[in-house]
Write a protein that binds this ligand. Structure first.
Ligand code: ADP
Ligand code: MG
Length: 906
């Protein structure tokens, strides 16, 4: 403690600063927090950065000597909060501690970096967003043209995965995935020129878009050799205790393996930097115990643009984010009560299922919980008291769990028997399986109850962590210490009487230990057996042989107590680490249960319906609603108007949606996508009925000028997005185009839109909804089989137009722009002039569409056309049924009618 204040150490070339420079040089990219007594100090550039980020005072050492070393510091006991802020701001931190006690006479205390914490490897509960994953990602790429490997891990939970992207568009797929994961930190090989960041449009000069997204993630460059395949193989085998990479599906995916290897390497370098040996480092990461290789196509694929347009997890417009309006699907659906559930829900939203069996299993569970109100609410109440088991398990294995973490664990385990008991009443396969996965960990709980005090201090180094009765030696020492303290307390009273000094006090401080304090005025009463210890301005401090004896007893005992408590605590933590996998498995099950309960509550409270799946390629939604807008309207006391949707690959593949601005076109498009997505998450959907195919990808594109607020609304971007759809959509995809083609001149835009619809119809074969203000497009419905018009209806009154929000058959007859202008108070003369221009314009538009319509001028063209497909065959069946007079129908006639109807639809 004397060290920082002793003058000779203050010069930049002093032993202390030399020690600092030696350490700093090994961590050039991290802010070094250098422990000096009760503070962590930062120096030089680090100090400037930290002072700015933490808004603390920047001072300097040695001003009086004319040397200026910028510095700032934070008290060590509050360091965690400051570290958290620096991490959130994207900095890496090297924590350098004193490895021995500073004592009088010691010249220089040994110091070492005990931990490196980076945004991607943080585990502190005040750094992590409880309801989001904290991913660290690594990207590897071999020779040009080879696949790109991506691996990522959430150190706080141990969850790790890897994948590979190959072929054309590999970089885009990588970007989509990184956008989805939003890692806090990305590891890249030091030399790779690829993936250099640019902040521009996302499309580089050569159009290849070689840019990494994830603007708020910290980029960390590491040595090339770390990415070598042979090294990856070795370190992965070691980490996961396997003899080969086949088990993880990595054997045939060298790039994914290289990325994963770099990830593990980096984790060992940082998380457990203080660990003595390689083995000890591996040990601390034991909870990262498996790696899952996955293919993008294992899930419903959502590209970045779609995730953004559908506002799945983040609002499209900054204003919404700022206002805190719950406009995202996640916000509208998330009523989970645990961080584990919230993270799971987010993952399910961004990666819905394509496996029908899995979806049905989730739906069965949701259905059961939706029907069993009492069961559901009981489970939810218990879940509400459950702490983040996944992250607690992570902190335990990493050796950073604090005493209060163990209390959280103990309380959580206390709830498991009830939760499991509740699930005993459940019948569905998934709920039964989850019950099996919930391990009550009775042995762990029993030990925690025995070992940890009711309300321990938060630092393991502080006394009082271990409960009385757990360790006999500890109990004895505590009693000894207690007894000695009592004797000292009694001594005070005795000495007062003996000396006649009423103000005599026996006190304790850390530096001088126990002492008897006598004020100056009473010094003449001090007996000869008092030994002088220290002189103050108004008092003198003394000790006695007896006081010294008991002081030694107290201090010895307290020191032993501290040692024993520390040992017991780390033994306990190590023992708990052996069981971390069970905790994590339980946590994961609880997270899923939380989401299923959440879905069930939505189903019950918002009149959501269970979706059905069919393999006919038909998509039918009866009275569908937009889950987010419906909620927003409800909050304002308004009602959402439900709408039907029918798409079928064979007969009704593409719907063209026209109608006035603000009519509800975009909403109609998005609700279709959200219903499909929710269904594949395993949720009930906002509709009366939904029969859906299993969709492999959803694409959503918004025309440039409809999308100005995004700030990158160039037509080039719009077209590159359209290109991506035309190149990658499959017949099992759902494509939503909203005002595409709008970002350029009318004829250009119209022509492009026209060609896009033709291509979708003939080549891509994906079901699509296309909202457009190009009325000319509606003619396509007559030209192409499977293309059909609908419009959002309005009612016009002499001085008003009313949006009915109803989607009806046929195209809109006009766009109502001028009516809206009139309502807005545009002068009468301008309105009249606009009408005149419109009339002329419509004439020329007509001529244009004649040109675009192949065969329009050919005589007899109409006769060659397919029969109008806008009347589905089913309609005839409906008509026939309506016309049938059942009262007078003979049984045989009824059978014949039935056969005839059946024939029509098959
Ligand atoms: P468009 O794309 O046709 O310009 P939007 O879909 O953006 O129109 O809808 C405009 C607004 O109308 C929405 O923000 C919403 O408040 C309201 N709206 C849309 N559809 C409905 C509906 N079905 N029921 C009630 N209100 C709706
Ligand atoms: Mg719109």
């Amino acid at each position: 403690m004397s060290e920082p204040t002793s003058p000779p150490t203050n010069s930049p070339t002093s032993p202390l600063m030399q020690q600092y420079h030696g350490i700093k040089s090994r961590y050039p990219h991290a802010l070094v927090l250098f422990r000096l007594g009760d503070f962590y100090e930062l120096f030089f550039e680090d100090a400037v950065v930290a002072a700015r980020e933490l808004q603390i005072t920047l001072t300097s050492r040695n001003r009086e000597r004319g040397e200026q070393i910028p510095m700032c510091g934070v008290p060590y006991h509050a360091a965690e909060a400051y570290v958290a802020r620096l991490l959130r701001a994207g900095y890496k931190i090297a924590v350098c501690d004193q490895m021995e006690e500073a004592g009088p006479g010691k010249k220089l205390v040994r110091r070492e970096v005990v931990r490196v914490i980076t945004p991607g490897t943080a585990t502190g509960l005040n750094v992590l967003e409880p309801r989001e994953n904290n991913f660290l990602a690594a990207v590897a790429r071999g020779a040009a043209g080879s696949a790109i490997g991506l691996a990522f891990v959430d150190v706080s939970t141990g969850e790790s995965s890897a994948t590979e992207f190959s072929g054309a568009g590999a970089e885009e797929k990588l970007r989509d995935e990184i956008d989805r994961l939003r890692p806090r930190e990305i590891l890249l090989p030091r030399q790779a020129g690829l993936f250099a960041r640019d902040s521009g449009s996302g499309v580089s000069a050569d159009g290849s878009a070689a840019r990494l997204p994830g603007g708020d993630s910290t980029e960390t460059r590491i040595e090339e050799w770390v990415f070598a395949h042979s090294y990856a193989e070795r370190i992965l085998r070691e980490q996961f205790g396997v003899s080969g990479l086949e088990g993880f599906g990595l054997a045939d995916h060298p790039e994914a393996a290289r990325a994963a290897g770099a990830l593990i390497h980096y984790l060992r370098e940082t998380s457990a930097v203080g660990a003595e040996s390689e083995g000890a480092r591996a040990h601390a990461l034991r909870h990262v115990d498996r790696l899952r290789f996955y293919e993008q196509a294992d899930a419903l694929v959502l590209d970045t643009v779609t995730v953004r347009n559908l506002e799945l997890v983040a609002p499209l417009f900054v204003e919404d984010a700022a206002r805190g309006t719950a406009v995202t699907l996640l916000a509208a659906l998330d009523d989970t009560v645990t961080g584990m559930g919230a993270r799971r829900l987010r993952a399910w939203i961004l990666r819905p299922q394509v496996d029908r069996a899995e979806i049905e299993m989730r739906l069965d569970a949701v259905g059961e919980l939706a029907a069993q109100t009492v069961l559901r609410e009981e489970i939810r109440r218990e879940l509400g008291g459950v702490q983040d088991l996944e992250r607690l398990a992570g902190r335990i294995t990493l050796g950073v769990a604090a005493p209060r973490d163990l209390v959280a664990l103990r309380d959580t385990l206390g709830r498991l028997p009830l939760l499991r008991g509740n699930l005993e009443r459940a019948l569905s396969v998934r709920l039964t399986a989850l019950r099996e996965q919930i391990d009550e960990l009775a042995d762990v709980r029993e030990r925690l109850e025995r070992a940890v005090a009711d309300d321990p201090p938060n630092l393991a180094a502080d006394p009082g962590v271990i409960r009385a009765g757990y360790d006999a030696e500890l109990d004895e020492l505590r009693e000894l210490s207690q007894r000695s303290k009592q004797i000292i307390a009694a001594m005070e009273e005795r000495e007062r009487k003996r000396t006649g000094i009423a103000s005599l006090k026996i006190r304790y401080n850390q530096i001088f230990g126990y002492y008897i304090e006598i004020s100056k005025a009473n010094l003449h009463l001090v007996p000869p057996d008092f030994e002088r210890k220290q002189t103050l301005v108004n008092a003198e401090r003394f000790t006695t042989a007896e006081l010294k004896e008991y002081e030694r007893k107290v201090l010895d005992a307290d020191q032993r107590i501290a040692e024993i408590e520390r040992r017991l605590f780390s033994e306990l933590r190590a023992w708990l680490a052996e069981h971390a996998a069970r905790m994590r498995q339980t946590g994961t099950a609880l997270g899923q249960l939380d989401v299923l309960v959440n879905f069930a509550r939505l189903a019950a409270s918002r009149r959501y319906a269970r979706p059905e799946f069919s393999s006919t390629g038909e998509l039918m939604i009866v009275a569908g609603r937009h889950p987010v807008i419906e909620r927003l309207l409800e909050q304002r006391g308004e009602r959402f108007v439900p709408n039907d949707l029918y798409l079928a690959q064979a007969t009704q593949q593409i719907l063209l949606i026209t109608g006035p601005n603000m009519g509800g076109k975009s909403t109609y498009l998005r609700q279709a996508a959200l219903i499909v997505l929710m269904a594949q998450m395993g949720s009930y959907v906002p509709a009366e009925q939904a029969r859906l195919p299993i969709t492999d990808r959803i694409f959503t594109r918004i025309g440039a000028s409809d999308n100005l607020a995004r700030g990158r609304s160039t037509f080039l971007v719009e077209m590159s997005e359209v290109a991506a759809i035309l190149n990658t959509a499959t017949p099992r995809s759902l494509v939503l185009l909203d005002e595409v083609g709008r970002g350029t001149a009318t004829f250009d835009g119209l022509s492009i839109a026209w060609a896009v619809v033709e291509h979708l119809q003939a080549e891509t074969r994906a079901c699509a909804l296309f909202a457009t203000h190009y009325h000319e497009l509606t003619e396509l419905a007559e030209l192409l089989p499977g293309v059909r018009n609908v419009h959002v209806a309005v009612r016009e009154t002499p001085d008003d137009i009313i949006f009915l929000r109803r989607v009806e058959e046929g195209s809109a007859d006009k766009s109502y722009g001028i009516e809206v202008a009139r309502l807005a108070g545009v002068p009468h003369s301008v309105i009249e002039r606009a009408r005149e221009i419109l009339r002329r314009h419509e004439q020329s538009e007509h001529e244009l569409s004649e040109e675009l319509t192949p065969g329009a001028e050919r005589p007899g063209a109409a006769a060659e056309r397919e029969p109008p497909l806008f009347t589905p065959i089913d309609r005839n069946v409906l008509e026939a049924l309506r016309a049938a007079d059942l009262d007078n129908l003979k049984p045989l006639d009824a059978l014949n009618l039935l056969a005839a109807l059946k024939k029509q639809i098959s």
